[in-house]
Design a protein around this ligand. Sequence first.
Ligand SMILES: *Cc1c(COP(=O)(O)O)cnc(C)c1O
Length: 380
Amino acid sequence: MTSVALPEITVTKPALPPLQDYVAYLEQIWASSYVTNNGPLLRQLEGQLRERLQSPHVWFVSNGTIALQIALHAANVDGDVLTTPFSFVATSGALLWERCKPVFVDIEPRYLTIDPKKLEAALTPRTTAILATHVYGFPCAVDELAAFARAHGLKLIYDAAHTFGCELHGKPLVGYGDLSCLSFHATKIFHTIEGGAVVINNDDVLAERVKLMRSFGQWGENFRCEGINGKNSEFHAAMGLCMLPRVDALIAERREQVLLYHELLDSSEAVLPKAPEEGFKHNYAYCPIILPTAAISQAVLDDLAAVGIRARRYFFPPLNRLAYLSDTRDCPIAEDIAGRVLCLPTSTDVIPAVQHRVAGIIHDVLARSRRRIAGDHVAS
Ligand SMILES: *Cc1c(COP(=O)(O)O)cnc(C)c1O
């Protein structure tokens, strides 16, 4: 194997704009002394986001978790909520924080999103909503979920943290469901350092509540409803204004990386889940790989780490197995996959030489395990 010196690689190194672009916004902030509270840069960013997301109701908030909490709160979600076990911990964390009970519904194995066929069996008289994640930007079964929600009078909320740039049937993925929540954390494909947004579809009254609730319920001198501080600052908006014009180039770069990983690894026993091709535009923000066993997945992590390449166990543990939860349901597919899945590194540093090295290490680990199995057969 070649031994070119490669940089230390992490799975999600944040992309940053040229420093002078950010400094130009800092100069505006200093000139106006306006640093937070619905300032001019924030309003400019929200305007651009509304255009990009094709929605009149996009509210920029301080992070993706508070976006989920405000969405749940504004939509009066309580009691039991049907949700996915295969997501980042913030999905069920937001439910618990809002004193809702997450009722876990297993995922379907192809796109790893909540299985609409399994909703019915998890329904209780206290169910008020579905909170589903478009994991890795793979679209949930939006039509089936919408039909089920309509039939049972449930709110349909999406954790859309991974979806910036994804479009289904020509419409941004956040346009589906009653509400969608985005994260603009530094590790996401579009980021504002910390940040997020709530997108409200077809409900002006709900949109108004979200807007009030993110800022103490305050309107002028009046306090119209209960609220929280979910506002974001001019400094974060400035990063968004720098990154938004770059996001399509970042998506194009990620696409090349993901397609190369697929080419290098498709012949192996590992499974590389892919977004649907029909009518869907993906953002290639993550490159998940499902190894044959948990032990092989751990060996891949260790061997990559030994050469300074950090892959991540996105997403482990399965959320129905969080130690502090009692009374949760079994989700055998999510539990199995969470034990075997990794996300391969995809950032601007991940040049093809790095990708060839990553794929080489995975092929080596798989070959070692095949030899071990063959050896066991001979020995027995
Ligand atoms: C990142 C992420 C969040 C949380 O977003 P923050 O902005 O970090 O609070 C929620 N859900 C999923 C699926 C995520 O990946």
